[in-house]
Unconditional design. Structure first.
Length: 468
C-alpha cells in the first residue's frame, strides 16, 4: 500500500500495516505510529511487543518502542516470537495493548506492524482509524523528561505458551500415538517453538527450514502447495503421519496428509469445527467470505450456524464477539478458538489436530475425507504499484458491478463481490495489503471451477482496461 503524509490513503490495510522496507515501511513511520498509539493509550500504560526474524524487524521495533516511551508508556519486549505468543501473553500479563512487528507471509523486503487490544484481539477498524488520525495530525502527547516510559524484557514467555498448550489439549493421549511429523517453519518465528512443542507431545520431529532466517531463502513464506513441494516429499520419504508448514509469524499452519498431499485450509478448519462443536449444538462458526462451502457441511454435522465476514482476522473476531461464537477462522487455516485466544493460531491448531487424530484413531486424510470435495482456484491479478490504488480499486469494482453475469443466483457484497451460481461461486475482492485483486472460485467439478476462474480474471482485466 502507499503510505503518505495525508489522509487520501488509509494507513491500515486488512490487518495492520505492511510496506517495503526503506520505502514505505521506515523507522520514521514506526516511531510516529508508536507515538500515536502511546497518545491514544495514555501515560503509564503497558504495551507488550514482539517481532519476527526479518532483518528489519528489530530496527522497526526499536523505533516503535521509542515512540511509546516518548509518550510515557511502559514497554515489555518479548523478543522474537510467533504472533500467537503475543496474543497468549496479553491474556497472561497485565497490559493495555500489544504490538507485533511482522509482514506475515510477505517476501523479506516487506515488513509490517500489527496492533492488538488488551484481550489479545486485533484492533478494530474504529481503533485503527483513531491511530491513523493521530498519526497524520501528529498531535502527540509527548511526556516531559520526568515522565518518560520504562523498558523491560521478558524472554521466557514461549515456555509458558508451550506449557499452556500442553495443559489445554489431551497431551497424554497424543503422546501414546508416537506421531511422526515433518515441520517446515519457513525460517520464520516458530522455527524453534513448533518443533519443541511437538517433541513435548511425544512426536518424532523431522525438521526442515527450522532455523530462523530473516531472508527466507528456502521458500516463499506463504504456505501454498506450490511452495511446499519439499515438505510433501519429506512426508513420503519418512512415512510421516503429517507435514506442517507455517507462514512468517505462525498465525496459521498448512498441512500435508500422510500421503504427501496438500490439504486445503478450509478442510482443516472444517475438521476442527466439527470436533470442537460436537457437544455444542446451536453454536455459530464465524468464517470469512472466501472460505469454502465445506464449512457449511461441517456446521450441518454439528447443528451449527455459519456467519460470514469480510476477509481478515479483525472482522472474524469482531463477529465472534457479537455472536458469542466459540470458534472462527479463515480459509488459510487461521483458527481462532475463543476459550484459548482471540488470535489466529498456528502451533495450537497443530496440537488440536493431533488430539483429534489420537482420540478418533483416524489419519488426517480420513478426517478431512469425511467432507464433500470441492474444486477451488485462488489467484491474484496485479495492478501497477505506481497507480492511485484506492481510486483504481473503486473504479474497477464499479465496472465489475455493471458487468455481473446474468445467470447468477445471488451476490454478496460483504467484501468485494461474491457471485453465487447453482454450481459454485466466484469471489472478486481488492487486497487490503497489496496492489492486487484476489480471485477465488469454487465448484464441484474441474470444468466448472475453471470456467468461474476465467470469468473472474476476465471481469477484472476488462474493468481495469476500461478504467481511465
Amino acid at each position: 500500500m502507499n503510505y503518505v503524509y495525508g489522509r487520501s490513503i488509509r494507513l491500515f490495510g486488512t490487518h495492520g500495516i505492511r510496506g517495503i522496507v526503506n520505502s514505505t515501511m521506515t523507522p520514521d513511520l514506526a516511531i510516529r505510529l508508536g507515538r500515536a498509539l502511546g497518545t491514544s493509550l495514555g501515560k503509564e500504560r503497558r504495551v507488550l511487543i514482539g517481532h519476527d526474524p526479518r532483518t528489519s524487524s528489530e530496527l522497526l521495533e526499536c523505533a516503535f518502542v521509542s515512540g511509546l516511551l516518548d509518550c510515557g508508556c511502559n514497554v515489555t519486549r518479548l523478543g522474537m516470537i510467533p504472533l500467537p505468543i503475543l496474543a497468549f501473553a496479553l491474556r497472561k500479563i497485565p497490559s493495555d495493548a500489544g504490538v507485533m512487528i511482522t509482514a506475515s507471509h510477505n517476501p523479506p523486503q516487506y515488513n509490517g506492524i500489527k496492533i492488538y487490544d488488551a484481550d489479545g484481539s486485533a484492533f478494530t477498524n474504529d481503533k485503527d482509524s483513531e491511530i491513523e488520525d493521530l498519526y497524520f495530525s501528529q498531535k502527540f502527547a509527548i511526556a516531559e523528561y520526568t515522565g518518560k516510559g520504562k523498558l523491560e524484557e521478558k524472554r521466557d514467555i514461549q515456555t509458558d505458551y508451550i506449557n499452556g498448550i500442553l495443559e489445554f489439549v489431551d497431551s497424554k493421549n497424543i503422546q501414546k500415538c508416537n506421531f511422526k511429523v515433518v515441520v517446515d517453519a519457513g525460517g520464520g518465528a516458530a522455527s524453534r517453538v513448533t518443533p519443541l512443542l511437538l517433541s513435548k507431545l511425544g512426536c518424532t520431529v523431522i525438521e526442515h527450514n527450522c532455523d530462523p532466517d530473516g531472508l527466507f531463502k528456502e521458500r516463499p513464506l506463504e504456505p501454498r502447495p506450490e511452495n511446499l513441494s519439499r515438505l510433501m516429499e519429506l512426508v513420503k520419504q519418512h512415512h510421516a503421519d503429517l507435514g506442517v508448514a507455517h507462514d512468517g509469524d505462525a498465525d496459521r499452519t498448512a498441512y500435508s496428509d500422510e500421503n504427501g498431499c496438500f490439504i486445503q485450509g478450509d478442510r482443516i478448519l472444517a475438521v476442527m469445527c466439527r470436533y470442537l462443536l460436537r457437544d455444542r449444538p446451536g453454536s455459530t462458526i464465524v468464517t470469512s467470505i472466501n472460505s469454502s462451502s465445506v464449512i457449511d457441511d461441517a456446521a450441518r454435522l454439528v447443528d451449527a450456524k455459519v456467519a460470514r465476514t469480510r476477509v481478515g482476522e479483525p472482522a472474524v473476531i469482531q463477529k465472534m464477539k457479537e455472536t458469542n461464537a466459540p470458534v472462527g477462522g479463515e480459509e488459510n487455516v487461521g483458527l481462532i478458538f475463543r476459550d484459548w485466544s482471540w488470535s489466529r493460531e498456528g502451533p495450537f491448531s497443530l496440537a488440536l489436530i493431533l488430539e483429534i487424530m489420537s482420540r478418533e484413531r483416524k489419519t488426517i486424510s480420513q478426517l478431512q475425507g469425511m467432507f464433500p470435495v470441492y474444486m477451488m482456484r485462488k489467484f491474484d491479478v496485479s495492478l501497477d504499484p505506481g497507480t492511485n490504488y484506492e481510486e483504481v480499486k473503486r473504479m474497477v469494482m464499479k465496472r465489475i458491478e455493471t458487468n455481473l453475469p446474468k445467470n447468477r443466483t445471488n451476490v454478496l457484497t460483504i467484501d468485494g463481490f461474491k457471485i453465487i451460481f447453482d454450481y459454485g461461486w466466484l469471489l472478486i475482492r481488492p487486497s487490503g495489503t497489496e496492489f492486487k485483486f484476489r480471485i477465488f472460485a469454487e465448484a464441484q467439478t474441474e470444468e466448472k471451477v475453471e470456467e468461474l476462474a476465467n470469468l473472474g480474471a476476465s471481469l477484472v482485466e476488462q474493468s481495469r482496461i476500461e478504467t481511465p
